[in-house]
Write a protein of this length. Structure first.
Length: 261
């Protein structure tokens, strides 16, 4: 009994100390810390800090910058529902990049995340004189018929895709993909070309183009999308939007620690 009690106290102490490390990022304007800094700010022995940091990194709660060796908040925190402050901390450097993109292409743009089986709109910058879109921050939309959802779905495990298909692909317009094999073919094409296009699949007379955003481990963690009327986002203009979105997504990915080719 005594050994069990001792182990429980040790585990509780480790949890508290790990929370101290994560709280450090919440209360500091800095986003990167070295092991020695973390130990100093939290009051933990350096060996304890190093051990906990290694565990947090392994679980994805911290990520290590490949050049400086310092640590920042990791993308696993995005899977914890309602942690809006953490989302903003991770993506705060992306906001001015998004503003620049909107000025460049003249369309409303979004950063979107996968939450359970839907796409959620996390950041949005509107164009001048914007149309009324159903993409308010925090809103959730279907994953199988929006460009921002499709590009996230394309990089999920096959079992997850099968689960989405088994639930039924609801038809919203005549262009909505409702066949499982058709959806899988579309996702394969998205992976090959690196972008998704959704033309009037969810809402008549509107189209969307989206590209993936990657983190330090090359995983796709969010999507960058522009949505607008088909009179502006038409097939004749797809290439211009796609190239600009891809370039911007690369910039945002690098802010998240991505250094791939």
């Amino acid at each position: 009994m005594q050994n069990s009690t001792t182990r429980d106290k040790y585990r509780l102490s480790s949890v508290r100390n790990a929370m101290k490390i994560l709280q450090l990022y919440k209360h500091s304007s800095k986003k990167d810390f070295g092991v020695a800094e973390i130990a100093r700010h939290t009051g933990l022995p350096k060996s304890t800090a190093h051990r906990l940091i290694s565990t947090l990194r392994k679980e994805g709660f911290l990520s290590q910058h490949p050049r400086t060796g310092q640590y920042r908040l990791g993308l696993s925190l995005l899977t914890l529902g309602g942690v809006v402050s953490v989302h903003k901390e991770i993506y705060k450097d992306a906001f001015p990049i998004l503003e620049s993109l909107v000025k460049d292409i003249g369309e409303t743009c979004h950063i979107c995340l996968l939450e359970k089986e839907q796409v959620v709109y996390f950041y949005r910058v509107k164009r001048k004189n914007p149309e009324r879109l159903i993409t308010d921050i925090g809103r959730k939309n279907p994953i199988h018929c929006t460009s921002e959802g499709l590009v996230l779905l394309a990089y999920q495990e096959e079992a997850f895709v099968d689960h989405i298909i088994e639930q039924g692909l609801h038809r919203y317009t005549d262009n909505t993909i409702t066949d499982g094999e058709h959806l899988k073919e579309t996702l394969h094409k998205i992976r090959e070309q690196g972008y998704a296009v959704s033309k009037e699949q969810y809402f008549p007379n509107y189209a969307g183009i989206a590209v993936p955003i990657r983190d330090y481990s090359s995983n796709v963690v969010s999507s960058l999308a522009t949505i607008g009327p088909t009179t502006r986002i038409s097939e004749n203009s797809y290439n211009r939007y796609i190239n600009t979105l891809k370039h911007t997504a690369r910039d945002i990915s690098e802010e998240l620690g991505y250094f791939g080719s």
